[in-house]
Design a protein around this ligand. Structure first.
Ligand SMILES: [Zn+2]
Length: 387
């Protein structure tokens, strides 16, 4: 049965599916498929390797290049241990705000994108509108690569990608990239009085961490590139936020594990940073194995997300500026799926309702005002697509 839901009703429905990244999003995907189908819009699913999640993509309008992609993720962060004053899975209005997990990040935009698709189906589009709904954005923005590849292979090539992460409807043209490693240093235990005959995993880990300190110092004094200059700070940073190791003050540590993250500016690549880090680890491993061959450093790559680089005369930026009237230049410090589109040849910006400050918080909300701004944005977009 065909239902015409407004953005708020769509948001309430999307929020009712508890699509935490670790859990399935298939009930939500199935509902979206049915809803689009009731409006005569076919969509395609792309299953995750584990079979419990899916991306969804769809198109409305003529089968030609030059369309617009509305990109959103369907997953949300957990609510465990958070003090919510309402049920996070029931959209609840209070004082002009709509509360619910994902209301801001980013089911508010997802609702607007669905609304745009059904409205587009009733209009005489001159170029197509495409929808991209992903899973696993909140756990590294990597799963979306398959979705981008599928859309690029199977749909007419879109000209602009609008990723609706919360920006208060400002046009955000850049963000830093990220790279993470779980590092395990394997040492060799001896009594600490015999230090030169053992390998302290902790002291070797310290060398690797000090390499990160040195890189931070070098990066900080370099003149920022044009691409890096808008960021705070305007250079790549390396950070170790967790470490554990050792068993006693007088035993050279057998184990030391830590997590290192790189937040790099546009113009620098995750692969280059990965190469540099892995080379340093290999150099230390050689030193360690001279003392004891069974020692070493194991690296497991956690995530790798390219930076989103501000484009020169970018089509997506120009479109988003026309739709929002925002002429400021903005970059953000969080990562998005936008860079996965951009590095695969799509002009991309970030623009969506809500404030990132509310994302991932207990009592996450989207204001009615921002939802209305998003709806106005959709109406203007549809007019552009018909012009
Ligand atoms: Zn998000």
């Amino acid at each position: 049965m065909k239902q015409d839901l407004n953005p708020r009703e769509l948001l309430a429905t999307l929020v009712s599916f508890p699509t935490v990244s670790r859990d399935t999003n298939l009930p939500l995907v199935e509902w979206v498929e049915g809803y689009l189908q009731s409006h005569g819009i076919g969509s395609r699913r792309l299953m995750s390797p584990c079979g419990t999640k899916a991306h969804l993509y769809a198109q409305v309008g003529p089968e030609i290049d030059g369309g617009v992609i509305l990109s959103g993720h369907t997953d949300v962060v957990p609510v465990d241990g958070q003090a919510w004053s309402t049920d996070p899975w029931t959209l609840t209005e209070r004082d002009g705000k709509l509360y619910g997990r994902g209301a801001c990040d980013m089911k508010g935009f997802d609702a607007l994108a669905l609304y745009a698709m059904t409205r587009a189906a009733t209009r005489d589009l001159k170029r197509p509108l495409q929808l991209a709904f992903s899973y696993d954005e909140e756990v590294g923005c990597a799963a979306v690569i398959d979705l981008v590849e599928a859309m690029r292979g199977e749909l007419p090539k879109a000209r602009e990608v609008l990723v609706g992460e919360p920006t208060m409807m400002k046009v955000v043209s850049g963000h830093k990239g990220g790279l993470g490693y779980q590092v395990r240093v394997r040492g060799f235990e001896v009594h600490s009085s015999l230090l030169p005959y053992g390998v302290s995993a902790i002291m070797q880990a310290a060398k690797l961490i000090d390499w990160a300190n040195q890189k931070n110092a070098e990066n900080a004094v370099r003149t920022p590139s044009d691409l890096a200059a808008p960021f705070v700070p305007p250079f790549t940073t390396l950070h170790v936020g967790m470490i554990e190791g050792g068993t006693a003050h007088n035993i050279t540590a057998k184990d030391c594990s830590f997590f290192i993250e790189f937040r790099f500016v546009p113009g620098e690549s995750p692969d280059d940073w990965a190469k540099a880090f892995e080379a340093k680890a290999a150099e230390l491993t050689v030193e360690m194995q001279k003392i004891q061959p069974d020692t070493g450093i194991d690296l497991v790559r956690g995530f790798a997300l390219p930076a989103l680089a501000p484009e020169i005369d970018g089509a997506a930026e120009a479109l988003a500026r026309r739709l929002t009237g925002d002429n400021g230049s903005h970059v953000v410090s969080y990562g998005t799926e936008g860079s996965q589109f951009q590095t695969r040849g799509y002009s991309t910006v970030i623009c969506g309702p809500g404030d990132i400050a509310q994302a991932h918080q207990p009592d996450e909300f989207l204001s009615l005002e921002q939802l209305a701004a998003g709806e106005a944005f959709v109406e203007k977009l549809l007019d552009q697509l018909c012009a």
